[in-house]
Design a protein around this ligand. Structure first.
Ligand code: COD
Ligand code: ATP
Length: 201
C-alpha cells in the first residue's frame, strides 16, 4: 500500500483532512505530534539545555511548547539548531510507524519538502487555503496573522510546493465540504486510483 503524505499551508486544514481520512479507515501518522514528543527525548533535551539553559523545559507542557516556539520561530540560527535536532529522529519514527501499520498509511507532514521527508512517501497531497481565511479560522486557537507568517517565513514558497505535489486540495468552503473532499480522496486511495500524472485529485 502506498504512503500518502499530506502537507500544505500553515493552518490550512491538514489535520481536519487527516481526521476524516482516519474515520474512513486510514492509519494516520502526525509528524507534529512525533516532533513535539521528541522534546522529551533525553538526548534532545540535553543538547537543547546546553544551548538554551538548564531549566528551560521546566514548565507545564503548553507553556513549554510556547517557549520553544518563541525561541525558534523568530530566530534563524535557533530554528536551524532545532531542525537539525529533530528531523532525523522524526523521520525514523514516522518510518517505523509506517512499517508496522497495516492498510493505508497517511502521514501529515507540514515540513514534507523542507525537512526532506518527500522520500518517505509515494504520493503528496497539498492542502491549500487563502491567507485571510486561515487567519479567521485559526483565531480560535489564538493564532494571530503574525503567528502564521512567523511560521511560514521558514517554509519554501507555497507555489513551489504546489508545483511539486501530486495533488492540490483547496479548503475554501465549509467544514463539511472539506470533509467531503477527504472522503473523495479516500475513495481514490482505497480504489487504487491515485495517479501521479493527474494534476488534481
Ligand atoms: C515549536 C513547537 C513546540 C510549537 O508547538 P505548537 O503546539 O505551537 O505547534 P504544532 O507543533 O502543533 O505545529 C502547528 C503547526 O505549526 C507549523 N510548524 C510546526 N513546526 C514548524 C517548523 N519547524 N517550521 C514551520 N512551521 C512549523 C506547522 O504548520 C504545524 O502544523 C513545535 O511546533 C515543534 O516542536 N516544532 C519543531 C519541530 C518540527 O520540525 N515539526 C514539524 C515536523 S514535520
Ligand atoms: N472548511 C473549514 N471551515 C472552517 N474552519 C475550518 C475549515 N477547515 C479547517 N477549519 C479550522 O481551521 C483551523 C485549522 O485547521 P487544521 O488544524 O486542520 O489545520 P492544519 O493545516 O492542520 O494546521 P497546522 O498547520 O497547525 O497543522 C481549525 O480550527 C479547524 O477547525
Amino acid at each position: 500500500m502506498p504512503i500518502v503524505g499530506v502537507t500544505g499551508d500553515v493552518g490550512a486544514g491538514k489535520s481536519a483532512l487527516c481526521g476524516e481520512l482516519a474515520k474512513c479507515g486510514a492509519h494516520v501518522i502526525d509528524a507534529d505530534s512525533v516532533a513535539r514528543a521528541l522534546w522529551d527525548d533525553p538526548e534532545i533535551r540535553r543538547k537543547a539545555e546546553e544551548r538554551w539553559g538548564k531549566g528551560f523545559f521546566d514548565a507545564p507542557r503548553k507553556e513549554m511548547y510556547a517557549k520553544i516556539a518563541a525561541k525558534i520561530f523568530g530566530d534563524d540560527a535557533e530554528y536551524d539548531f532545532a531542525s537539525k535536532l529533530l528531523h532525523k529522529k522524526t523521520m525514523e519514527n514516522i518510518l517505523s510507524q509506517a512499517r508496522s501499520a497495516g492498510g493505508v498509511v497517511v502521514a501529515e507532514i507540514p515540513l514534507l519538502y523542507e525537512g526532506g521527508y518527500e522520500k518517505l512517501v509515494d504520493f503528496v497531497v497539498y492542502a491549500a487555503c487563502g491567507f485571510e481565511k486561515r487567519v479567521g479560522r485559526n483565531a480560535k486557537r489564538s493564532w494571530s496573522a503574525g503567528e502564521i507568517e512567523r511560521r511560514e517565513a521558514h517554509l519554501l514558497p507555497r507555489e513551489e510546493k504546489i508545483a511539486r505535489a501530486d495533488c492540490l486540495l483547496v479548503n475554501d468552503g465549509s467544514e463539511e465540504e472539506w470533509r467531503e473532499k477527504a472522503r473523495s480522496l479516500w475513495r481514490k486511495i482505497s480504489e487504487g486510483e491515485l495517479d501521479k500524472s493527474e494534476a488534481s485529485c
